[in-house]
Design a protein around this ligand. Sequence first.
Ligand SMILES: *[C@@H]1O[C@H](CO)[C@@H](O)[C@H](O)[C@H]1NC(C)=O
Ligand SMILES: *[C@@H]1O[C@H](CO)[C@@H](O)[C@H](O)[C@H]1NC(C)=O
Ligand SMILES: *[C@@H]1O[C@H](CO)[C@@H](O)[C@H](O)[C@H]1NC(C)=O
Ligand SMILES: *[C@@H]1O[C@H](CO)[C@@H](O)[C@H](O)[C@H]1NC(C)=O
Length: 470
Amino acid sequence: MNFVVVKATVIFLILALTVVEPKPVPDARKKRSNTEKLINSLASQDLVTNLPGQPAVDFRHYAGYVPVNETNGRALFYWFYEAATNPDLKPLVLWLNGGPGCSSVGYGATQEIGPFIVETDGHGLRFNNYSWNKEANMLFLESPVGVGFSYSNTTTDYDNLGDAFTANDAYAFLHKWFLKFPSYRTRTFYIAGESYAGKYVPELAELINDKNTDPSLHIDLKGVLLGNPETSDAEDWRGIVDYAWSHAVISDETHKVISENCDFDGDTWSNKICAQAVDEVLKQYKEIDIYSLYTSVCIGDTASSNDGSMQMPRIMGGYDPCLDDYSRKFYNRADVQKALHVSNGPQLKNWSICSTKIFHEWVDSKPSVLPIYKKLIAAGMRIWVYSGDTDGRVPVLSTRYSISALGLPITKAWTPWYHQKQVSGWFQEYKGLTFATFRGAGHAVPCFKPSNSLALFTSFLLGESLPSAR
Ligand SMILES: *[C@@H]1O[C@H](CO)[C@@H](O)[C@H](O)[C@H]1NC(C)=O
Ligand SMILES: *[C@@H]1O[C@H](CO)[C@@H](O)[C@H](O)[C@H]1NC(C)=O
Ligand SMILES: *[C@@H]1O[C@H](CO)[C@@H](O)[C@H](O)[C@H]1NC(C)=O
Ligand SMILES: *[C@@H]1O[C@H](CO)[C@@H](O)[C@H](O)[C@H]1NC(C)=O
C-alpha cells in the first residue's frame, strides 16, 4: 500500500518508440592509465569495447555479471566507469536507484549521472559532460535479482525479495567485484542513490559497517549521499500530503480530511476515510508527473508507437519524460546486450527499467531508516541528503520531517548555495548531516540540474560546505 504512487507512474511510463538502426562507434582506448597493470584478466573480460552508438572517450568502462550466490545461481549485473582522469587517485562510488525494482543502469547511468545518456532518437548514446565519473570511479548495480539484467536461476528467490535480501546480495556483490578489480579493494568508498534507494543505501552502509569489525572484510566506506530518499514511511506520507496541498494539487477539504483522519504512525490504511482521502491525492497526481510537478507528461502508447502518429513529448528543462522508453528499446537490442556481456547468442534478456512484479511482491521494507542514520552518524560517516524541490513523490517536506525527527544540532544555519552565480537551492548543516535543496528540480535531480548536481557531488566528495557566496 505504501508504494501505490510509484505503481501508477511506472505503468504510465512504459511506452514505445521506433528504433533507428545503430551506427557502432568503436571505443577509443587511446590513453592507458597506470591502473592497467593492476586490472587482471577477470576484469578485462568485462571491458566494453564496442557499445553501439557510444561516443569516443578516453576512459575505460566495464560491464557484466558477478555471481552472488552459487547455490541458487544468482548474478547481479554491473556497469563500471573509471574516472575520466586519474582513476587511481579518485574514490569509488556505488550508485543505486530504487523502485523497489528499478534499474540503476536505466536511470542512474543512462538518464542521470553516467557518461553516456540514451538518445531520444534511438540511435544510441550521447556524451554527458556532467557525468559524475569526472570526480569518481562510478559503479552502477542492478539490484536485487529480477531488476534489469540481474537474475536468479532459482525462481523461488523472486518470492523473497525485500530490503534484507537486497542488502545481503549487494554486500556479496561488492566482495566478488573486488576480486575482479583488486586495485579498488581498499579504495575510499561511498554509496549514493535516490528514491527507494533511500532505504537501500543506509541498509547496505549499515551492513558494511557491521561486517567491518572483521578486518579481512573491511571496506573503506566513508559516507552516503541520498537524493529525494524514501526514509521514514510516516514522515514520507505526511510530506506527500502536505506538499500536494501546499502546491495546489489537492483541495483544502481533502487535506483537512487527511489531517483529521490519518494516523501515519499507526495502522494508517485500516481507516477507510483516510485511505479514500489519500486515494484522492493519488488520483490528482495521475494527471500530472508526480516526479516533476511543472513539466509535461510523456504522451503516447505502445499501440500507436509504430505508426508515427505518436504525439511527440515536450521537452522542458532538459528533462524528457519519455526517456524510460528509449532506454527499454536500447537495452533490448542484441548488439547492445552483446557489447555489455549480457547475452552472447539468440537468447536475449528481457530488460525493463522497472519490474512491477518486484514492486508489488516486495516482502520486507523497513518502516524507517532513521535509526540507521543515527548509527552511521555515530560511526563518523558523512551523510548528505539532497532534495529536488519540485518532486511530489518524495517531496522536500518529507525529507525535512525526517531530518527534523533526528533532532540533530544545527552547525550552519539555513542559507542559499550558489552555482554559476545563481541560487541553486538552500542548505543547512547539522552535526553529522548536510541537507541541501535543488531549486526547480524533480525527483531525479541530475536529469534537471546536471551541472549543479555535479557541483554538489564534488563538494560531497571533498567534505566541504556548498558554495555559500555568489
Ligand atoms: C544462497 O541463497 C540462499 C537463499 O537466499 C541462502 O539460503 C544461502 O545461504 C545462500 N548461500 C550463500 C553461500 O550465501
Ligand atoms: C544460471 O544458469 C545458466 C544455465 O544453466 C548458467 O549458464 C549460469 O551460469 C547460471 N548462473 C549462475 C549465476 O549460476
Ligand atoms: C563541459 O564542462 C566543462 C566544465 O565541467 C566546461 O568547461 C565545458 O565548456 C563543457 N563542455 C561542453 C561541450 O559543454
Ligand atoms: C518483457 O517483459 C515485459 C514486462 O516486464 C513484458 O510485458 C513482455 O511481454 C516481456 N517480453 C518478452 C519477449 O518476454
